[in-house]
Design a binder for this molecule. Structure first.
Ligand SMILES: CC(C)(COP(=O)(O)OP(=O)(O)OC[C@H]1O[C@@H](n2cnc3c(N)ncnc32)[C@H](O)[C@@H]1OP(=O)(O)O)[C@@H](O)C(=O)NCCC(=O)NCCS
Length: 179
């Protein structure tokens, strides 16, 4: 539970209070409706939340390049947020982080996964579709900034062998610019 995982250049580990400023900054750059810093602080003590960050342990200052929060609700792993630093997108890190978080959730009893995503968020839709999530509903005007609809996406069954193979296929993940 909440064990760190090293995959080549990247490390996935539990978020701590010392990460909150960097996570808030990442979130502000990634979303038009970012979460306030206090929300991340609260998640660290929310018993339902599993909070993850990705950093680069072999780089000075170990910069934070991604964060993710999952809520465990009975047998459901609800993806509350996931964000990658812009420079590190399209390297497969989002998929690997999802794999890690879903496997951890599975170990804790989750068997399906649910999330809301903006209808226009093509990158996120591509990530979730490639991970087997399917659209099961619409929450009309869900986002208060532009009243955009949220699509509700569901992964019926978390299959640990599928996610294990995502992790093993990326066990030597290389991130550009790292010696
Ligand atoms: C959505 C996000 C987390 C994806 O992370 P990522 O690390 O770039 O995604 P990956 O590189 O792991 O890609 C996973 C899959 O999605 C596809 N994908 C990712 N970004 C894409 C894009 N912009 N356009 C088309 N396909 C894309 C990849 O091709 C890959 O497909 P594959 O597994 O079939 O090869 C990232 O773009 C992000 O942080 N966006 C801003 C925050 C956000 O919108 N979060 C989601 C909120 S619901």
């Amino acid at each position: 539970m909440m064990q760190p995982r090293i995959l080549g250049d990247i490390r996935i580990r539990a978020m701590g209070i010392a990460d909150v400023l960097a996570v808030t900054d990442l979130d502000q750059k990634a979303f038009s409706l970012p979460w306030p810093q206090r929300a991340f602080e609260n998640e660290l003590t929310n018993p339902m939340a599993r909070t993850w960050v990705v950093d680069l342990p072999n780089v000075e200052n170990q910069p934070l390049i991604a964060s993710m929060i999952i809520w465990l609700i009975l047998d459901e792993a609800h993806i509350a947020t996931i964000a990658l630093h812009e420079q590190y997108r399209r390297h497969g890190i989002g998929k690997v982080l999802l794999a890690h978080a879903l496997l951890d959730a599975y170990d804790e009893g989750a068997r399906c996964s649910l999330l809301e995503v903006r209808r226009s968020n093509e990158a996120a839709l591509a990530l979730y579709r490639s991970a087997g999530f399917v659209e099961v509903g619409v929450r009309k005007k869900y986002y208060s900034d532009n009243r955009e609809d949220a699509l509700l996406m569901n992964l019926d069954e978390i299959k640990p062998e599928v996610w294990q193979s995502v992790l093993s296929n990326n066990s030597q993940m290389k991130v550009e610019g790292i010696e």
